[in-house]
Design a protein around this ligand. Structure first.
Ligand SMILES: Nc1nc2c(ncn2[C@@H]2O[C@H](COP(=O)(O)OP(=O)(O)O)[C@@H](O)[C@H]2O)c(=O)[nH]1
Ligand SMILES: [Mg+2]
Length: 352
């Protein structure tokens, strides 16, 4: 599960990437940087507190920090080249410079519109190329449906709007999957400010969020430079630093959590003395599929899933034994749809 960090040059992408990786990665400005970042999770912390395992493994999201994407017609080929690196990402973080000037909601909205326009042109080229070729093809009902969708996409994109704004159904989106349209990917707009006043920043975020009337879009206002400085400090000095600036805390954990939500992912836990681990699944995954995340053998030899919600686990005094006695631990079959944040253990048998 990968998220691409993109934007114009010099907007703070690599600085944000540095904050995400706590400065542990030597980041390049000319090549795409990659790193997996753990998702902070108080429920996993809770389980680790109960079981005191040897190892605790959070869910993680991979971030790709792509070199700056230049604007303007003359840069079209460079833009296409760089955007190849985000073809295979599931969501985008688009970073905007709001630190060189005092940010206003209007100027930020203009920046977002201009950048989206550049991206829309990239998608438009793909759409027009395909529509042209389709003219020579023999039509089937499915191809006709696809052509109609592409025609709709063409008008949307020529109007300078991203495909997100069409609010396509999941079914229509899946017909378009192979095109990997950039403006159809869920997006988080990061407004990179110089943090002076937290309340003002949160207000700006609320204003921009209300204006982001598109589906699959969310807004976060943060100070990438400050976040990186905090991330690189030893834990003991972080609090002191924050107090000095009159700030309540880092927002990097919130950022990663919101990015995870953007991917529409869910989590189930396995918990024990050896390891407490958060496993990542797509919403709607069934028990056998979830088992396969752990090991293909467990999916193959699947017998049953023992499932309990975190709430019920707490009610049972953090004990699987008590939970079983109280009937709170459920036994589910392979087609059970695993719910977000359940503790799930699998019974399996692999005989050859
Ligand atoms: N004042 C200020 N400067 C920033 C901020 N974020 C990035 N910069 C500076 O802007 C320049 C470009 O940042 P960088 O992260 O390399 O941009 P990129 O080209 O988008 O990767 C660097 O000199 C950063 O120190 C910020 O939030 N505030
Ligand atoms: Mg960079």
């Amino acid at each position: 599960m990968k998220i691409g960090i993109i934007g114009l040059p010099q907007t703070g992408k690599t600085t944000l990437f540095g904050a995400l990786t706590r400065g542990t990665t030597q980041a390049s400005q000319s090549k795409t940087n990659l790193a997996a970042v753990g998702v902070a999770d108080t429920d996993l912390d809770y389980l680790a507190d109960v079981f005191k395992p040897k190892k605790t493994t959070p869910a993680s999201v991979e971030f790709a920090d792509v070199p700056g994407i230049p604007s303007g017609q003359e840069n079209a080929s460079r833009r296409n080249e760089l955007l190849k690196d985000v073809k295979n990402v599931e969501a985008l973080v688009e970073v905007f410079d709001a630190f060189t000037q005092v940010p206003s909601a209007t100027t930020i909205r203009d920046q977002i519109e201009n950048f989206e326009l550049d991206l829309a042109l990239v998608d438009l080229e793909i759409v027009e190329h395909r529509l042209e070729r389709m003219k020579k093809e023999k039509m089937t009902p499915l191809l006709e449906r696809e052509r109609d969708l592409l025609s709709g996409a063409q008008s949307c994109l020529s109007g300078g709007k991203g495909l997100r704004s069409l609010g396509l159904s999941d079914e229509d989106k899946s017909l378009l999957t192979s095109y990997a349209f950039i403006t159809l990917k869920p997006v988080m707009y990061v407004i990179n400010i110089t943090m002076t006043d937290e309340t003002a920043a949160r207000n700006l975020e609320a204003t921009l969020t209300a204006a982001a009337d598109q589906l699959d879009a969310t807004v976060m206002v943060l100070d990438a430079k400050l976040e990186r400085e905090i991330a690189e400090l030893p834990a003991a000095e972080q609090l002191e630093f924050l107090q000095e600036f009159g700030l309540s805390g880092s927002v990097i954990d919130t950022f990663v959590g919101r990015a995870y939500q953007l991917l529409k992912l869910e989590t189930f836990y396995t918990a024990g003395e050896d390891e407490c681990k958060a496993w990542v699944i797509e919403a709607g995954t069934r028990a056998r599929g979830a088992a396969g995340k752990i090991h293909t053998d467990i999916a193959r030899g699947f017998i049953a899933a023992e499932v309990i919600s975190l709430d019920d686990f707490r009610k049972a005094g953090n004990s699987f034994k008590v939970a079983k006695e109280k009937g709170l631990l459920r036994i589910e079959g392979e087609s059970y749809v695993v719910k977000n944040k359940e503790i799930t253990h699998f019974r399996f048998n692999v005989s050859h």
